[in-house]
Ligand binder design. Structure first.
Ligand code: ADP
Ligand code: MG
Length: 491
């Protein structure tokens, strides 16, 4: 059991084993593949990059020209089906057991992030991770009749540090409508104002996803923003209660499917105005994302910079730490994009080093706990009644005592102390405790009575009241007697 570094202070979770962030690379198919520059290893896990020497820098220079990256998998010419099996299936399956999971696509614009995450909406065969994850969740629910599992979804877009609800029930007008805020509470992080939709079947979830995709496109026209310049987070919230009512634990989890904004550095091409602003926000949020994930993997780090940008803040309880984390880096296979490809692969290999400690989010259902305790209590009382009747004890009441019963015990205690009662019969634990309690009551009453009687007879002097003491001493020395000041003084 351990308290998590990245959030939920209220409850503890069972620890899993340490695990690395999984980093995959997906290469976008092309007829113009740079065979002399990009080479795949036979294990389908490594990729080598060979950059031709920049002759403008002179014949002899120390510029590195060869890189070798070892990842968890290199997906080239991979079908959507294979990508899902390799990348997402396990994380989604584990979400049903209470593990948060985050799957994100990283890479330059056009490299295939949205294709990987959402897929081709018009072609079912080419659907991406998102619809497949929803399918898997609902299929697994059917396979688990022992649990009552609820599924909710939300779709958030972050553009230039502004939050947009892609599933807002209100007509889409723009950012001025009820600005959303990221709020943290003991249960975790949530986005105030973001609509979360209960979906009881796959079809509902699909139509929400479709609505979100449409809103994303509409918003990009009405607001004149490029959809590849925003981060989109589709979240599936799972809550599973056992149908066995005696089971008080329940689990919650989130699956975040993140389509990140294009990672290309536009600065070099002399961009300005809106494009520059977008690029600045994206560069910042992507580097904060990297910093946060790396900090989470560092055992020695206590402070994780989540609040530096909306992306990491919104994902606070779903990044690294106790989650299953999967990164898909989308790259081009063409020579012209090699520099960006290289930078994307470097990002992937840095992420691969980060370790996480996936843990189950387990909570207790307070209502069920009370009900179960009540049941248990009733059962124990019955058990006692049987026990008493078997041992021929007169019917014993185990309920809390009322005032009359307490007064009776008080009287018994007094009579016992006076000697008019020889013994007090033992009935049950509650009664024994009350007898002791009444001894205390009688004792303190008697002490008060004694003190009152003494006060009537003697004057009591505070031993710190030096003026009174010296007056008394003077008085006594006149009488030729000496007494200690803290003793009782006679009149
Ligand atoms: P990104 O979201 O990274 O900007 P997209 O996913 O929109 O890129 O991809 C750009 C274009 O390339 C789209 O038309 C998409 O359908 C196509 N595409 C990307 N990856 C693949 C792939 N693996 N197979 C077929 N088409 C792809
Ligand atoms: Mg895209």
């Amino acid at each position: 059991m351990k308290r998590h570094k990245n959030g939920n202070k209220q409850y503890f979770t069972k620890m899993g084993t340490r695990k690395k962030v999984q980093a995959f690379v997906r290469v976008k198919p092309t007829d113009d593949f740079a065979h002399d520059m990009i080479k795949y290893g036979d294990d389908n896990k490594s990729i080598d990059i060979h950059l031709k020497k920049d002759t403008r820098r002179g014949v002899v220079n120390n510029q590195q020209t060869d890189w070798s990256f070892k990842l968890d998998g290199v997906l080239h010419d991979a079908t959507q089906d294979l990508v899902y099996e390799t990348v997402a299936k396990d994380a989604v399956s584990q979400a049903l057991d209470g593990y948060n999971g985050t799957i994100m696509c990283y890479g330059q614009t056009g490299a295939g992030k949205t294709y990987t995450m959402t897929g081709a909406t018009e072609n079912y065969k080419h659907r991406g991770i998102l619809p497949r994850a929803l399918q898997q969740v609902f299929r697994m629910i059917e396979e688990r009749p022992t649990h009552a599992i609820t599924v909710r979804v939300s779709y958030l877009e972050i553009y230039n540090e502004n939050l947009f609800d892609l599933l807002s029930t209100l007509p889409y007008v723009g950012p001025s409508v009820s600005p959303m805020t990221i709020v943290e509470n003991p249960q975790g992080v949530f986005i105030k104002g973001l609509s979360v939709h209960l979906t009881s079947q796959e079809e509902d979830a699909f139509s929400l996803l479709f609505e979100g995709e449409t809103n994303r496109i509409i918003a990009s026209h009405t607001m004149n923003k490029n959809s590849s310049r925003s981060h989109c987070i589709f979240t599936i919230y799972v809550e599973a209660h056992s149908r066995t009512l005696s089971d008080e634990k329940y689990i919650t989890s989130k699956i975040n499917l993140v389509d990140l904004a294009g990672s290309e550095r536009l600065g070099k091409t002399g961009s300005e105005g809106r494009v520059l602003k977008e690029a600045t926000y994206i560069n910042k949020s992507l580097s904060f994302l990297e910093q946060a994930i790396i900090a989470l993997g560092d055992q020695k780090r206590d402070h994780i910079p989540f609040r530096q940008c909306k992306l990491t803040h919104a994902l606070k309880d779903s990044l690294g730490g106790n989650c299953n984390m999967v990164l898909v880096t989308n790259i081009y296979g063409e020579a012209a994009q090699l520099e960006e490809t290289l930078s994307s692969l470097k990002f992937a290999s840095r992420m691969k080093l980060v370790t996480t400690e996936p843990a189950i989010n387990e909570k207790y259902d307070a209502e069920r706990m009370v009900k179960n305790l009540e049941k248990e209590l009733a059962l124990l009382k019955q058990e006692l009644a049987i026990h008493d009747s078997l041992s021929n004890r007169t019917l014993v009441n185990y309920d809390p005592m009322d005032e009359i019963q307490i007064a009776e015990i008080n009287s018994q205690v007094r009579r016992y102390l006076e000697g008019t009662l020889d013994e007090i019969d033992i009935i049950n634990l509650r009664q024994i405790q009350e007898v002791f309690n009444q001894f205390k009551v009688v004792l303190s009453q008697q002490e008060q009575e004694v003190e009152a009687a003494l006060r009537r007879k003697y004057t009591l002097i505070d031993k710190n009241d030096f003026a009174a003491i010296s007056a008394v001493q003077k008085h006594l020395s006149k009488k030729g007697r000496c007494q200690q000041p803290w003793e009782w003084q006679g009149p």
